[in-house]
Design a protein. Structure first.
Length: 408
């Protein structure tokens, strides 16, 4: 389709769009992008929805106008220019399956999806991160460690405002314990159910571009094939669990080429967890683990793992059937201690068994990155750096998270 749309063009809506009712305007829906390639939120009325229903790539704009006009009869006029303008709005918003959309998908750099959680401009971002360290834990460590003594680190992916203290303690520890230039980020998937999703895209941050180690990604792909990129758009474009670790790392190590990331998004491993067998007995988990180990073995330089995951998510916000009150909070904190005991001891399958014993009823979202990470780090013991339990003042939710460090 050309950039200049005409009546005989046959527009097709692209994937990953959704229309949600606008609670403030009856009859109006908000069309938005579920994977955040586009930031546009477009208000659409009943006639716009009828236009959208016909945009499957087989019907021309002129035919769409004629079909809807026939249904409307004489009670309302729908001019062709009105339909054209709406379709052009969709094209400008990157809502059409068009060259502009495919160009955005294929761009070598992934744009941020979490602006708002952190400032988008470099000066404001630096001030925000400086405040995070100043008020929430140890002050910012300005110097990178002189050697590599850290195998990996469990880190939260809670928003910076509520997770500030744990972030500050975790990354302060990281800076003092490793000079590694490769950070493999094993992160929870919140949008894709695919077992593993890789990307070769670099990550944009307020301070510039965070390079992805494409060679490392390719080594993993040698073992897993294109299957590992099958759900890349859904898994990576809207995901915060990689971005929040990478951006904070960029703040602490802003020099060009000072580090590279390997962004890996991991789907849930519930089937393996509920099997009662060690996780590596599952064929898919075993295949992924083998690929990740092989890629690290060929790195020829120190690698540090960041295991991006949170602990419990309880309360009405998460459709928790158990009422959120003080007793529930205390009980969940006690269950967290049991979980953390296995994580600190580096016991991957015992950790999995513990989560299975409660049916993951508390929605612990770090199960996959924690299990894979412990296995990759050799199941050596670590030490608890920090623990937090956020409690919403209105009792709608409680989220807990922690940082655990694993020395070499």
């Amino acid at each position: 389709m050309s950039n200049q749309l005409g009546p005989d063009d046959r527009p097709r809506l692209r994937p990953y769009l959704a229309a949600s009712p606008d609670s403030s305007q009856p009859g109006i829906h908000i069309l938005h992008d579920q994977v955040r390639i586009s930031d546009t939120r477009l208000s659409v009325g009943p006639i716009d929805l009828e236009i959208l229903k016909r945009m499957g790539g087989k019907t021309s704009i002129r035919e769409i106008q004629q079909q809807i006009q026939q249904e409307l009869g004489q009670k309302l006029l729908l001019p062709l220019p009105r339909v054209l303008r709406f379709v052009e709005e969709l094209e400008s918003a990157l809502f059409l399956d068009s060259p502009a959309f495919h160009s955005a998908i294929q761009a070598p750099v992934r744009k941020p999806s979490c602006i708002g959680c952190y400032e988008g401009h470099s000066k404001a971002f630096k001030e925000q991160m400086g405040e995070l360290f100043a008020r929430s834990g140890p002050p910012k460590p300005f110097d990178v460690a002189s050697d590599h003594k850290l195998r990996g680190l469990i880190v939260p992916h809670m928003d910076y405002a509520r997770g500030a203290a744990t972030y500050a303690h975790a990354f302060h520890h990281l800076m003092g314990q490793t000079n590694a230039k490769i950070f493999v980020i094993l992160a929870t998937s919140h949008y894709s159910g695919h077992p593993i999703s890789l990307t070769r895209k670099h990550f944009q941050s307020p301070l510039g571009i965070i390079p992805t180690d494409i060679g490392y990604v390719d080594r993993i792909a040698e073992h897993l094939g294109d299957w590992a990129f099958q759900d890349e758009v859904v898994a990576h474009f809207p995901e915060h669990s990689v971005e929040l670790e990478a951006v904070l790392l960029h703040y602490l190590r802003p020099r060009e080429n000072d580090f590279r990331i390997v962004p890996i998004v991991l789907g849930n491993i519930d089937k393996a967890m509920r099997s009662g067998q060690p996780g590596e007995k599952n064929a898919v988990l075993s295949k992924i683990l083998k690929a990740l180990r092989a890629a690290e073995a060929e790195a020829n330089e120190p690698v540090c793992y960041l295991l991006s995951g949170d602990l419990a998510h309880i309360g009405p916000k998460f459709e928790d059937p158990v009422m959120l009150d003080k007793d529930r909070i205390v009980s969940s904190r006690g269950r967290d201690r049991l979980v953390l005991n296995h994580l600190v001891h580096g016991s991957a399958n015992e950790f999995l068994t513990e989560i299975a014993s409660e049916g993951n009823s508390r929605n612990i979202c770090g199960v996959a990155p924690f299990w894979y990470g412990l296995k990759l780090m050799g199941e050596h013991p670590g030490s608890l750096i920090h623990y937090q339990q956020f409690i919403d003042p209105k009792w709608r939710e409680s989220v807990s998270f922690a940082s655990v460090a694993y020395p070499i």
